[in-house]
Design a protein around this ligand. Sequence first.
Ligand SMILES: [Zn+2]
Length: 459
Amino acid sequence: MHVYRGHLLHISGSPTASTAHLSLVSEPNGALVVDTHGKIVFSGEFTEVPAECASATVTDFRPGFLLPGFVDAHVHFPQVFTTDAYGGGELLNWLDRCVFPAEARFSDPDFAREAARAFCAARVAAGTTAALVFGSAFPVAQDALFEETQRIGLRMVSGRGVQTRGPKSASALITDDATAEKLCRKEIEKWHCADAPGRFDEAMLQVALVPRFALSVTPTTFHWMGVLYQEWRDRGLYFHTHLSENDAPGVGEIDSVIRDFDIPDYLSAYDGRFLPGGASGAESLLGRRTIFAHAVHCSAEELNRIAATRSSIAHCPTSQLFLGSGTMPWMQIAARGITIALGSDVGAGDEWLISRVANDCFKVHMSTKAPDATALDPAALLFSATLAGARALDMESLFGNLDSGKDADFIVVDPALWPPLERSLSGVTDVSGLVFSLLMSMREPAIARVFVRGAVVST
Ligand SMILES: [Zn+2]
């Protein structure tokens, strides 16, 4: 047993973004008691720590804060060195000029290992204890990523980025369909629940099927993915991709998908209806372990379908600002009960720290036009950065807050390590204001310690 003292801040229970403020816990004289399995066995006021824990070792982080580890629901491993890359335009230009050439370098095993170390180090620095990671096309790079993630003890869902067609600049990343399917099957068999075989409810390492987006694959790809997903979905396989990010008229992502596949809307491509006219071609890839990045320009029908299948959305406002993609309609999506997690979308997003993404999230929804304009509650921001991510990953029973019974995935935030944060907090007089200033002002240097399943994570 171990007792950690500090100011507890988290969203308890299982609320939604709009009710998170009712579940906000702020316990200045707080304590977490963690057992030898890394489970939280007590969470609350220090003076109420059970007597049987009296002999436990105490680590006192006061006046630091103990927060749940951040969850990044959309981040690209092979773009670890591609943040703030100048593409001279929106999504498709940026992919062509910056991303495809950068990702081609991951075929080199030495470079891939270096990138895996840098990627995991950036996650630790940012307190991202769990992440849904858009993978490299190259198995050697994915092996390096899974190995490094396991070595240092972070949680990760990832899958190789699948491309079976694309522009010349992406040629190194493209395989034929037979090869793509074989590589995906191998990755699933090697890495899905590798640390806890068969236990997809608790495994630290899990695998997703990850087509880059509809424009990078063919109807044949969607067909074999549908078959493969059906085979594995009851064993916890995830599906992750981009959806409805760029709506530049005629030449942008959305128009290109609809024109290329001759389908009524973008989501149909992932919903098994990728044949001309939206005819069914395979099983749907939607479900409770399906997370779509962006979903900025979805129709009401598409959002209804996402809600009905209990799929989730990784909201990436930092990236959307960078690529001029627009603002995801938070109010419309939340009203349907769809889980909105936050994603850094590194490298189009240039912030690893999920509280920085929450910062942009607050600003873009304040700045959007009515009727979607909203001032998000600070508790909703904290919820989105932590518990919503766990819910999107279908792992809410395991982590996402500091409730007793969950795994001890938490970060220690010490304002003294980042003076601007200390200054912001000095003028705060209420709990909502505290959460807001903490999320809006903190930077990586303020994160003093990162724990996953009760163990300190360090590189
Ligand atoms: Zn992305």
